[in-house]
Design a binder for this molecule. Sequence first.
Ligand code: ATP
Ligand code: MG
Length: 561
Amino acid sequence: MSEEARSLNFLEHIIEEDLRNGFPKEALRFRFPPEPNGYLHIGHASSICLNFGLGLRYNAPVNLRFDDTNPAKEEQEFVDAIKEDVRWLGFDWDTERYASDYFQQLFDWAVLLIKEGKAYVDSQTSEEMAEQKGTPTEAGVESPFRHRSIEENLKLFEGMKAGEYDEGTHVLRAKIDMTSSNMLMRDPIMYRVLHKAHHRTNTDWCIYPMYDWTHGESDYIEQVSHSYCTLEFAMHRELYDWFLDQVYDEAKVRPKQREFARRNLSHTVVSKRKLAKLVEQGVVGGWDDPRMSTISGMRRRGYTPESIRNFADTIGIAKRDNLIDVSLLEFQVRDHLNKVAPRVHGVLNPLKLVITNYLKGEVEWVEAENNPEDESAGTRQVPFSRELYIEQEDFREEANKKFFRLKLGKEVRLKNGYIIKAESCSKDAEGNVTEVQCTYDPKSKSGSGSEESLRKVKGTLHWVSIAHALSAEIRIYDRLFTDESPDTHKDKDFMEFVNPDSLKTITGYLEPHLANAKVGDTFQFQRMGYFCVDPDTTSDKLIFNKTVGLRDSWAKIQQKT
Ligand code: ATP
Ligand code: MG
């Protein structure tokens, strides 16, 4: 096997085999078929990367098809959000399609099926039909309406379309086999009456086609060659093929449905319905809340399209459902941001530090590298002065030898600045340290080339000059759910596992350079993690989201508890 062939996933192997068997390469065509009933999530990102990835690999068109057959739940807002998300992930579709564009064609084909005696109008209640369905081991019972005359069926179906009947009074069913071992083949419903306006066809229709009747025929109309969907549709494949058989013309491409495993991510839910519940109940601020597993939430959080694509590539395409640890996604985010995010100084829990031998009122602009991983990112100037903020956790009066930060009588380097030595500290009534007094070595300035500047000290701290610091709101996120798999418990609803402490808001102090930061810009606050400017930012209030830490601290926290 060649190197190339070895890296193919099983869905690509199917295509390769079809090509070997003579399927023309130029007839390859794929689609990504979201239902516009919510925002896309990380599971959809896998499907997008798969389908659009196939398009790139085989230089074949990929359609974006909205599966919009249920007007009760679908909205234009979701269509717009889905398009934005697919583009943001870095993909472009060949044509934008809607299942609703095919309502007339689907109706005409349904009439054809009735005329061929392959579909009938059933006028029973849904309960009656459910009772006749049987079980996987027991054959179903035929509906008393199964042998209606073609004329009567046509008249009733036209009446359904014309709005003469109430919801629930009649459905159109395919006449297949009530004894099939596949329950989906037991006369599945093709149409139901729904007196609801549709976001695109408005009130043109009051009967709407079911998923199974729509999906395969839409693939056929668009001449999609390989229709890849998730495993829950494996049993539907027989019906997909049966419906295709009714309309298939041999001169055309016959779409092939195959299935792959759904991707589930730990500590979250990947289901539009469940994500909608979090929004509706106000657990999160909206679909794009940075704690959500939606693509828009991840974008707002500061995740990059590259990191999401790399994540999808790394986990690959599986044949069995499985749970992917969210730390794998975070690893990809960190890995990419490390390469591209500019470094800045930002202090999140400030402690005042006074350099007693530094001139009052003096300000020096020290040079700082923007990104040690990328020389072309250049440098910037950062103000240094007598009074600075450092992190509270970076100072201790006393500590053991493993504490490489600041302690009384010891030295550290202030990043891009000088070596300082802690001389004394002040405390409040409760004994909390409120200020540290230190001295600096004037010859030790970073980058000056002096012997002292090259002197090695164990710790390096970030800092900001108090007089120049910008204050900003910093939103720090934790997992949205305390349980790894919140929606897999038989006796508990996923909502019971919502983490009450998933958002913490603090005030941070940042170097003044950040006054120019734009919404969506991401930075590494050195030693603290990656942070991204939130759209809630206004001209007088800068707001950052913590994207991800520098290291995986969740695993550690879990071990302790
Ligand atoms: P949801 O339950 O979140 O609404 P869905 O499968 O009903 O998911 P669709 O809009 O119908 O959502 O899905 C569009 C495409 O994305 C389908 O081909 C579907 O199989 C795929 N998809 C959805 N969720 C996942 C997932 N978790 N992993 C991989 N593919 C997914
Ligand atoms: Mg769905």
